[in-house]
Design a protein around this ligand. Structure first.
Ligand code: NDP
Length: 630
């Protein structure tokens, strides 16, 4: 034990070995292959339960200037930015029955967002919309999509209930051909792939999964016809039903309290407990909101991002759990003692680069304090802060859950940034309800399903309904997640091009795939505030398209040199977090215990703000540098 460790109320060595033990019992050789792809027999898990009326229409065989694939925030922002540039000949193709993306699909009871609504909702100054609370919910977010799409007249440009299944470059015509499940053969000069992230539900591969005769669905396709109620709860149809939920990630944490309140009996099958901290939502102070000066949202978003990437000022505008991490760490280090280094964590929706915040934090500390402390000392301090934070989280389970065994089972034993921390003020208390039972599988997960329920440890739990809160594909092939293959010049597919590692320019263009723009595969920005990066990238793409049109150019492709240069940038800025990732309990943050070893498959290591500035400077230069055009 170091001198510093002698002043703390826990034994770091004991915690280190406990964490190791909990990780080891969860490591699986199968990695991502422990999950089933939702297709074939399982494709009903991705059917759309929210469509009110099935659209019928003739196949579309038109040619457009631009096709945008995806009607979530990425697609809607792209449409808005194209309109702003006067580029009106576009179509947005969306699988769902309306705009909304993630929020269209994830409208399970309790669904809400942990990023402050004042920075999460894009274009608030343009729409004059005032979010009701600091943290918004699914219903308000879907309402906001209506406001955005009305503001930019996007509805008539949308093809809803339409699933793209092939995108192919037509070399002779220099156009893209987009085929859909509605027999559309649409052509477009440009295609924007705004497919989103965490969009493809996954199921655990369990023995007997096909045998279950009861009702079942995935949380991202909530069956309100079966449960009753809406995203605010009141699931009245469950009052005489026995329900099982599999999974205890961020989604389950939000819907379990509602299931607990309504079901006759609820079994929560847990493999790994989430870290559950306080949420503390507040009503919007309308006077304060309305008094904000022009440009406030950009300033606020940048201020927030600055805190997360170690570029912050003294003014903390968002002032929440995210930014507090950095303020507190700084305060603690200034005093050169670990006692003040609390609250490490609060890293909520950090789905892409799960190392980013921890890494940003280390970088910040290194930059500012390297003179005074060694790298080893910093790592140790950060670890102690993490232990302290997680001890508090574990103590919260003891404080809120009546049964000591259940409380113990609900305690997370891993570093905070190994998994996505959760924030909820009713989840832990739900286990005090007489009708709720936690079935802790001690890291093993559910392995078997019978015709009537779930079998665990030789016991059968008979249930009327099994709800899968088992998450979404991460780390699988990009085209598989999109649901369609893209074939570029010479017929080469994206899967073939990226099989040994991503290759893009700015994370947006890829050589061999001209006139295409990608928002999601990687080598782009990482921010917890996803809509911020979608906003920046969509403005960037709209700028490029406007430039091409005004110069009467019809072709744009990343040059070989530019793409190689960008890969070098990504690799040189990638930070090696392998050992941290390996020490983590498995999950989608560390590729199910098999961390990425290819430095090209990273996000931009300089941080989102640096990336946004890089794009801005590139636009200012006004030469479309790195792009071949004609
Ligand atoms: P996750 O992938 O986070 O969770 C899946 C859950 O299923 C985990 O608890 C996992 O356990 C469990 N699981 C998998 N296989 C089995 C099995 N065989 N038996 C039992 N349990 C099993 O998916 P979510 O939908 O919960 O969340 C996805 C992401 O969406 C979040 O990380 C977040 O980024 C975002 N989100 C954000 C929200 C917000 O802003 N508040 C709310 C909801 C989601 P294990 O941990 O052991 O792998």
């Amino acid at each position: 034990m170091t001198l510093q460790e002698q002043h703390i109320s826990f034994d770091p060595d004991a915690l280190r070995s406990k964490y190791r033990l909990e990780r080891d019992k969860r490591l699986k050789v199968e990695g991502n292959d422990q999950y089933i792809e939702v297709k074939g027999d399982f494709s009903y898990f991705v059917e759309d339960p929210y469509i009110e009326e099935k659209i019928t229409r003739e196949p579309n065989t038109n040619t457009y200037h631009t096709v945008i694939i995806g009607g979530g925030f990425g697609g809607v922002l792209s449409g808005a930015r194209l309109r702003e540039q006067g580029l009106n000949d576009f179509r947005i193709i969306e699988k769902g029955g309306d705009f909304g993306g993630t929020w269209y699909w994830n409208r399970y009871p309790g669904a809400s967002c942990d990023i402050e609504s004042y920075i999460y909702f894009p274009l608030l100054e343009e729409t004059n919309f005032v979010p009701k609370r600091k943290y918004t919910d699914a219903a308000e977010t879907l309402d906001y999509f209506k406001i955005l799409s009305d503001k930019f007249s996007l509805r008539n440009n949308a093809l809803f209930q339409t699933e793209v299944n092939e995108v192919k470059w037509l070399a002779n015509e220099k156009l893209w051909l987009i085929k859909t499940n509605r027999q559309d053969s649409i052509k477009a000069r440009y295609v924007i792939h705004a497919n989103g992230f965490l969009n493809r539900p996954k199921l655990p591969a369990m023995k007997g999964i096909n045998d279950y005769q009861g009702h079942t669905f995935h949380t991202s396709r909530w069956d309100y016809d079966y449960t009753g109620g809406d995203s605010y709860g009141n699931l009245d149809n469950l009052k005489d039903k026995k329900v099982a939920i599999i999974g205890t990630g961020a989604t389950a944490v939000q819907c379990v309290p509602h299931l607990a309140a309504s079901a006759q009996k609820l079994y929560v099958f847990q493999r790994t407990p989430s870290s559950i901290d306080e949420r503390n939502n507040t009503e919007t102070n309308i006077e304060w909101f309305k008094s904000q000066k022009s440009g406030w949202q950009d300033e606020r978003r940048e201020n927030f991002e600055g805190f997360l990437t170690g570029n912050f000022t003294n003014k903390d505008l968002v002032n929440d759990g995210w930014t507090e991490i950095f303020r507190t760490i700084l305060g603690g280090l200034m005093k050169n003692g670990p006692s003040k280094l609390v609250l490490l964590g609060w890293v909520l929706s950090a789905p892409l680069n799960r190392n980013f915040y921890e890494d940003g934090l280390r970088t910040f500390i290194r930059n500012k304090f390297m003179k005074y402390v060694s790298r080893e000392d910093i790592n140790r301090k950060v670890e102690i802060v993490d232990f302290q934070k997680m001890e508090k989280v574990r103590a919260r389970a003891d404080a809120l859950v009546n049964d000591p065994n259940t409380a113990e089972s609900l305690k997370p034993y891993y570093r905070q940034l190994c998994k996505r921390p959760c924030f909820h003020d009713e989840y832990l208390q739900a286990f005090n309800n007489d009708n709720v039972e936690l079935i802790d599988t001690d890291g093993q997960g559910v392995k078997e399903i019978s015709a009537e329920g779930i079998i665990h440890n030789g016991q059968e739990f008979k249930v009327d309904c099994i709800i899968f809160a088992s998450g979404f594909e991460v780390g699988t092939d990009y085209s598989r997640r999109c649901g369609y293959q893209v074939s570029g010049i010479g017929g080469i597919t994206l899967s073939e091009k990226w099989k040994d590692g991503l290759a893009t320019f700015h994370g947006i263009h890829s050589k061999g795939f001209p006139n295409s723009f990608f928002y999601g595969p990687g080598q782009g920005p990482m921010t917890a505030n996803f809509t911020h990066s979608l906003d920046e990238q969509s403005a960037h793409v709209a700028y490029i398209l406007k430039q091409l049109d005004s110069k009467n150019l019809k072709y744009v492709e990343a040059s070989d040199e530019a793409e190689k240069g960008w890969i070098d940038t990504i690799v040189s800025k990638a930070r090696n977090m392998q050992s941290f990732q390996e020490s983590c309990t498995p999950g989608y943050y560390n590729n199910e215990g098999k961390p990425n070893t290819n430095p090209a498959n990273n996000t931009y290591g300089g941080g989102a703000l640096e990336y946004f500035k890089l794009l801005k400077d590139w636009r200012k230069n006004n030469k479309l540098l790195g792009l071949k055009t004609h």
